[in-house]
Design a protein around this ligand. Structure first.
Ligand SMILES: C[S@@+](CC[C@H](N)C(=O)[O-])C[C@H]1O[C@@H](n2cnc3c(N)ncnc32)[C@H](O)[C@@H]1O
Length: 177
């Protein structure tokens, strides 16, 4: 299953930290790419640095026209999952989502355009209370992938954490050779 994320909009107040955390959560919980509009391009350098240190090839792409991307993905038979507190209960539809092949998960930053509710194949609520796109995305990805991503290990990573009961155990690759 290939999972991509589309984040529409950014709050008018500077939202760079939240935007970075959306991308970090998408990467850590198993998505392969995130599309964003209206963001500070420096976020790409941050994520490239994370990939270099911790491995993997998570991608960021800046787009102008989110609707065009959604329509293109629909034509490719990718299912569009829009996260919204007004949607269907995740507990009722997670088993259907797990069986889908590829997904484009859409999250908002502020009020999202009405059209996305109609373009989506699934409008999904992670509970019907307002919270955040970071928490909604993390819960959805974990429900679909069941934590499988957490056992992925990247050979090319400069640093690798060895899970340990106390303290920190990090293997640092010698890159001087
Ligand atoms: C800060 S919220 C924006 C809420 C905004 N008032 C609205 O009506 O869309 C940003 C994003 O978080 C996600 N989100 C927040 N709460 C959610 C929930 N309970 N279930 C699913 N997604 C949620 C949605 O993708 C939403 O667009």
């Amino acid at each position: 299953m290939v999972i991509e994320i589309l984040r529409i909009g950014q709050r008018l107040v500077r939202d760079d930290r939240v935007t970075t955390h959306v991308a970090l959560a998408a990467r850590a919980f198993g998505a392969s790419k995130i599309y964003m509009n209206e963001v500070n391009p420096e976020i790409k350098d941050t994520l490239d640095g994370i990939n270099k240190t911790w491995g993997g090839d998570f991608e960021i792409s800046f787009i102008d026209n989110w609707k065009e991307l959604v329509k293109r993905r629909k034509n490719d038979s990718v299912r569009i999952v829009h996260l919204t507190m007004y949607g269907e209960d995740i507990n009722d539809i997670e088993s259907r989502l797990e069986k889908e092949k590829d997904l484009l998960i859409v999250i908002g930053a502020e009020k999202v355009p009405r059209e996305i509710f109609d373009l989506a194949d699934y409008n999904v609520a992670i509970g019907n209370q307002p919270h955040s796109e970071i928490s909604a995305l993390a819960v959805l990805l974990d429900r679909i992938l069941k934590g499988k991503k957490f056992s992925t290990s990247f050979d090319e990573a400069q640093r690798k954490i060895i899970p340990t009961k106390q303290g920190k155990n990090v293997v640092v690759k010698n890159t001087r050779n």
